[in-house]
Design a protein around this ligand. Sequence first.
Ligand code: GTP
Ligand code: SPV
Ligand code: MN
Length: 589
Amino acid sequence: MTTNNSVLKWVEKIKEIVNPENVVWIDGSEEQLNNLREEACEKGEIIQLNQEKLPGCYLRRTNPNDVARTESRTFICTKTKDEAGPTNNWWAPEYAYDKLYKIARGSYKGKTMYVIPYAMGIPGSKFSKIGIEITDSIYTVLNMAIMTRVGKEILDNLGDSEEWVRGLHCSCDVDEENRYVCHFPQDNAIISVNSCYGGNVLLGKKCFALRIASYQGKNENWMAEHMLILGIQPPSGEIKYICAAFPSACGKTNLAMLIPPEIYKKAGYKIWCVGDDIAWLRIGKDGRLWAVNPENGFFGVAPGTNEKSNPNALKSTSKNTIFTNVVQNLDDNTVWWEGMDNNPPENAIDWLGNKWNGKLSDKKGAHPNSRFTSPAKNCPCISPEFDNPEGVPISAIIFGGRRAQTTPLVYQSFDWNHGVFVGSAISSESTAASTGKVGVLSHNPMAMMPFCGYNMGDYFKHWIKMGKLLGDKAPKIFGVNWFRVDEDGKFIWPGFGDNIRVLEWILKRCDNKIDAKNTAIGYMPFENDINLEESGVSKETLKKLLNIDKNLWMKELDSIKEFYKIFGDNLSKDLENELNKLKSRLENM
Ligand code: GTP
Ligand code: SPV
Ligand code: MN
């Protein structure tokens, strides 16, 4: 399929290590993918669902030990530990290659080795980058074919260039004790062994488009971020684009596909989805910041997705979708998950593969991190700019997290550097998207803690530098929190579609159409400036949502200070300065 020497040599080298029965190059044709779907069904790797109700849809149940990203087993392998920084696990490259090649050696015996050429971004665009993933898992091939642009054209596009990311995935025995995901940013290489789950093995996604790409971006003056991209079309006026970084399972897919509440719909508001998880951001010829979504599909959280919360996501899953670890309804061979509706199937199989009666069982039927893999084109509100090689110009950047207290519904940073501080100070309660305890509060700067491919101290400096390059064309930066709760632990903001009420305020701020309160933590809305019409939210509640509790913020300040300590001398002086300014503003509150 190619005469590119660097590709051919690498494929030969890997072949010698993993020792497959045969080699198949993925050409991207529907015919080849169809044969693979059939083969995977025969082998029991995936299950074909009801083709009338869910055409082109399949179900996959993973090994129960392999249901989320494993951050503790994810490594950045740079020459020095300092290059990986204090927030990443580090191994020396030689050590990691040796250890992982030993695990990989002979592991494809009797199996087929699939070679997947793929592009992140629109092939031919200056934003786009090419990768090749080798895998022994058809499930991985089929997911990559949805999540990225794959096939022969990608190799044609690559020509004889040596600039592409080498990705090796070996399922091995899916042994969690020997599961490792290693990144070699200085070699453009990734090796992942003993997992078959999402972010661990779809190497174009978190491994390439965030960890490797963030490193490339630092060296080439652009940014790879864990951000959704959406276009908001106000009743009269042009579409404005916003990026938002929230940690895993904190609402990116939901915000990216938001359907406005009736009153906004009637007024003429519309949201266009450009991306739901990753943004690559570059400074355009006009000096503004432009974004593309390097992916071609959604790997979305299934539980909680329903006709009310996210109808666009639900529609995206109606065809050509792979469901992972959801409930299989045996009555009509369709799928179900918690939060889909109030009618769980009685005659079903749970994510573990056991018989399950949703009306009687007190156990969950779908895994909390069960997911759907759907083509982006399926989304009813996919932006007409989705395939634009230039991307879209960004007016605002939003940072958010899952916080029961402390951070308000929305606030605006005073300027770019203060905005970088707001992003760097994000804390969030952990979710099921990564292995480990759920609900634990920890720092997750820019929602990139698990995804930054180099020293996060340098990453902060890179953000500061990008602001300097952008100058007065820099997007405005905001903080949001949809997750504040009352004394009973119930969310007090309705969220989902109603989040457009906050986006409206943000847009007005970007357009200088509205004044704001100058507070210790940033600019904040006057209470009448958040439209509550038909929201069911009272003025009282809004007051609570916007409340700044000095004591809690003093504690927040201590926690940020403590977090910053891990960067030692490498902490940006600009951020230290922002921290001190926040301190004095809080003290004077
Ligand atoms: P990743 O794919 O892991 O990066 O997650 P994500 O950031 O795209 O999160 P997603 O939109 O899938 O939402 C994750 C969970 O948060 C789901 O259970 C949603 O129902 C819930 N959620 C999303 N938006 C809101 C909101 O505005 N309010 C509340 N209360 N919950 C929300
Ligand atoms: C996340 O965890 O942020 C995801 C899912 O988007 S995964 O692809 O597994 O990383
Ligand atoms: Mn994500």
